[in-house]
Design a protein around this ligand. Structure first.
Ligand code: DLL
Length: 433
């Protein structure tokens, strides 16, 4: 066995026992080695020895992105630098990046988890993986790369960009698995069409897409345009990178969390209270095997719910539902809360427009306003003002009917919105400037 897949079907009691042992060891270690955790635990009056059950995790304080920033760059590392073999950083839109480190064993663990993720997503040793996640400080490229090699698949380390060349490679090398962000995948499909290549005739079977939110509607659109089965993969640099959770290709319904390495909780983001299974809130992770950069109750800001119903694939690992948004991405337009992914779902229902859009939020006086720039499809594109007016009114009406917010809709020509080679920028919030 090249990786620890046997953990995926354990009965709950056995998995919990492993989790508790690993959690206790992690808590002891961070208390002894990271001054930040020692101080935080002391302040809340909890000693490592007090963690006697998984329930006791609740007693520990949260860790936030701000805590990581305050300890920039290496203050949260739990090992000396001579044990750190890799550094990644997540750019972040504001402030300093978050810096994370890995020991040699962390890299091996991560590769195993990514191998398991790829296998769950439909890949195997005889597959050729076209890896279009960016290589560099971003964890996507190298994370998938090591996992693909561990699995024994053949990996093409193409990274993001040079899109035309990517299409030629796809035609000539015949990769069977695509790993990329959903937005870049749409761009790849579009460029293929321009080059006279029908994506659906390429060799791909599965696409393993993540690193940004994408709606069920977007999944349908991608599957229709590319002819592959689209699977959702989730992860974040602070917890490890890609491979924290993934959908199995059998069910494509919820992402199995690798609970032998991470403990997930859902909290009410306003009060910090832990919510019961099934309720929606902020996802919080505790790592239980990481050496260089363990995190305790890290608040991801991602919004989802958990579900431990049995899955048809046989895995007993709890699933998290597709991320519906981030606590810091929620727009409040005249008192109505709305997430970009909800707007995406409404747009995707309409044949006239393409899945390329941007949301502009402005403040006029005391009121927030929302403008949606959305691309017209080639077929719907018209010079007639009346036709265009009708389409934009229809979109506004649908947004109002489904989401209860008023939005101004601006139709733009096909290809007018800048294509992403990694994570798409969907929201431009001019209130924050
Ligand atoms: O995006 C790691 C990754 C790489 C995941 C490749 C999947 C594939 P960061 O750059 O640190 O790490 O960004 C993490 O991206 O907190 C979420 O808000 C968002 N995110 C990641 N995966 C998904 C997903 C990588 N499947 C942040 N759905 C996370 C929705 C996602 N959002």
């Amino acid at each position: 066995m090249i990786y620890d897949m046997e953990f995926e079907t354990l009965p709950r009691e056995a998995l919990s026992a492993i989790q508790l042992r690993r959690l206790q060891a992690t808590i002891q270690r961070v208390y002894a080695t990271v001054p930040f955790y020692r101080q935080k635990f002391d302040e809340s009056g909890v000693k490592p020895g007090d963690i006697r059950s998984l329930e006791d995790l609740k007693r520990l304080p949260f860790t936030t992105k701000q805590d990581l920033r305050d300890n920039y760059p290496f203050g949260m590392f739990a090992v000396p630098m001579d044990n750190v073999v890799r550094i990644h950083a997540s750019s972040g839109t504001t402030g300093k990046p978050t810096v994370v480190g890995y020991t040699a064993r962390d890299i091996t663990t991560w590769a195993s988890m990514m191998a398991r993720s790829l296998a769950a997503g439909g890949a195997w040793q005889d597959d050729i993986i076209h890896n279009a996640y960016g290589y560099g400080l971003f964890t996507g490229g190298l994370g998938v790369h090591y996992g693909a090699e561990k699995l024994g698949a053949s990996v093409i380390p193409v990274s993001g960009g040079n899109t035309k060349r990517q299409i030629v490679i796809m035609k000539d090398f015949g990769p069977t698995i695509l790993t990329a962000t959903p937005s870049y995948t749409l761009h790849l499909a579009e460029v293929a069409t321009e080059m006279g290549v029908d994506f659906r005739n390429l060799n791909f079977k599965f696409g393993i897409f993540g690193a940004e939110p994408w709606s069920e509607r977007m999944r349908e659109e991608i599957e229709r345009k590319t002819g592959m089965v689209a699977v959702d993969i989730y992860g974040l640099s602070e917890v490890m990178g890609p491979g924290v959770a993934i959908e199995c290709h059998e069910a494509k319904k919820g992402l199995h969390i690798f609970e032998d390495h991470f403990i997930a909780e859902i909290i009410n983001p306003a009060t910090g209270e832990v919510l019961p299974e099934g309720e929606t809130g902020e996802l919080v992770f505790t790592t239980i095997t990481k050496e260089a950069f363990p995190v305790i109750r890290y608040r991801t800001r991602d919004i989802t719910s958990l579900n431990s119903e049995p899955c048809i694939c046989g895995r007993t690992l709890t699933r998290m539902n597709k991320i519906s948004g981030r606590t810091d991405d929620m727009l409040i337009i005249r008192g109505v809360n709305v997430f970009p992914s909800q707007i995406e779902s409404v747009l995707m229902e309409m044949d006239e427009v393409e899945p390329h859009y941007q949301l502009f939020v402005d403040r006029k006086g005391n009121l927030d306003t929302l403008t949606i720039n959305v691309e017209l499809g080639e077929k719907a594109f018209s010079d007639e003002v009346k036709v265009l007016q009708d389409i934009s009114q229809k979109i506004s009406k649908n947004i109002k009917d489904y989401l209860g917010v008023s939005a101004k809709v601006k139709l733009v020509e096909p290809k007018a919105i800048t294509r992403s080679e990694g994570k798409a920028v969907r929201v431009i919030d001019n209130r924050k400037i």
